[in-house]
Design a protein around this ligand. Structure first.
Ligand code: FAD
Ligand code: FES
Length: 246
């Protein structure tokens, strides 16, 4: 398939909440918010897709949840080790035009890519208002990092440990926004899309599918759209919520 992986140096790889790790590597590539990289460690057969959480000069940050063997292997990497990566991949969120009032809506680890989205929106001055709606099960992470980029932060947890008890969709009113940008579990994104459709608010979602190649060659990652199946890695991962079928 001719996919070129390069070795990059790990600056840090720390557990910031239970089972949630922040990996910072050195990479000079230009990126767009909502894009992802494929990360490969030596004992894992397949690389794993992880979104860009933040890019600052040549520091590239990923936030990942340990859910299986691949992410478990990544969590064992230490400072100064090398890891193989390829990217940035995928289309990313379009924040290059005036978007008006923007709601960033995320669930769990789906909050990770929203940090770079908030940062680019703020830097490009393309939103009149940026509000974050982030839902978690119990523990909350990354939220403080958003403070410098967004106007309001709304947290929900299933347990009520932080913020309001319940789902993020219970505190979001899409009528208050021109555009909603969303990343999280499919069931949550489906609900957000339905809510946006009802009031005509634009909605873009970042799809999460199992991936193998990450560059459009293997067709493992397809999702249904109005035009048939599309590759999440190459045609997405960001799709118009009115176009993709959730
Ligand atoms: C474009 C994209 C961006 C992503 N960004 C991030 C990120 O920023 N941070 C992060 O933590 N994760 C992210 N993911 C998900 C991450 O790639 C998976 O959690 C990881 O590949 C799991 O690998 P594993 O070997 O640890 O687990 P596996 O052993 O492969 O799987 C463990 C469990 O998780 C399930 N699972 C694995 N991958 C997926 C998936 N893609 N969708 C639904 N269920 C899955 C499996 O069915 C299994 O039950 C992203 C995925 C995509 C497609
Ligand atoms: S992961 Fe191979 S086509 Fe998307």
């Amino acid at each position: 398939m001719g996919i070129v992986y390069k070795d990059v140096t790990v600056i840090s790889n720390d557990e910031i909440a239970k089972g949630i790790f922040k990996l910072v590597v050195k990479d000079e590539n230009e990126i767009k918010c909502g894009q992802f990289y494929m990360l490969k460690v030596k004992n894992a057969l397949l690389p794993r897709p992880i979104s860009i959480c933040e890019k600052e000069d040549d520091k590239l940050t990923f936030l990942y949840a340990v859910v299986g063997t691949g992410t478990e292997e990544i969590s064992k990497i230490k400072e100064s080790d090398e890891i193989k990566i390829t990217g940035p991949l995928g289309n990313g969120f379009n924040v290059n035009e005036k978007l008006g009032r923007v709601a960033l809506v995320s669930g769990g680890i789906g909050t990770a890519p929203m940090l770079q989205v908030a940062k680019e929106l703020r830097e490009k001055n393309n939103a009149s208002n940026i509000d974050l709606y982030a839902g978690f099960r119990d523990d909350v992470y990354l939220i403080n990092d958003f403070e410098k980029y967004v106007d309001n932060i709304n947290i929900t947890t299933n347990t009520g440990k932080h913020g309001k008890k319940g789902f993020v969709t219970e505190v979001l009113n899409p009528r208050d926004y021109d555009v909603v940008l969303c990343c999280g579990p499919e069931v949550m994104m489906k609900k957000v899309v339905e809510m946006c459709k009802e009031c005509g608010t634009k909605i873009f979602v970042s799809m999460e599918k199992h991936m193998a190649c990450g560059v459009g060659a293997c067709l493992v990652c397809t999702c249904k759209t109005k035009d048939g199946h599309k590759r999440t890695c190459k045609d997405g991962p960001v799709f118009d919520g009115n176009y993709v079928e959730l």
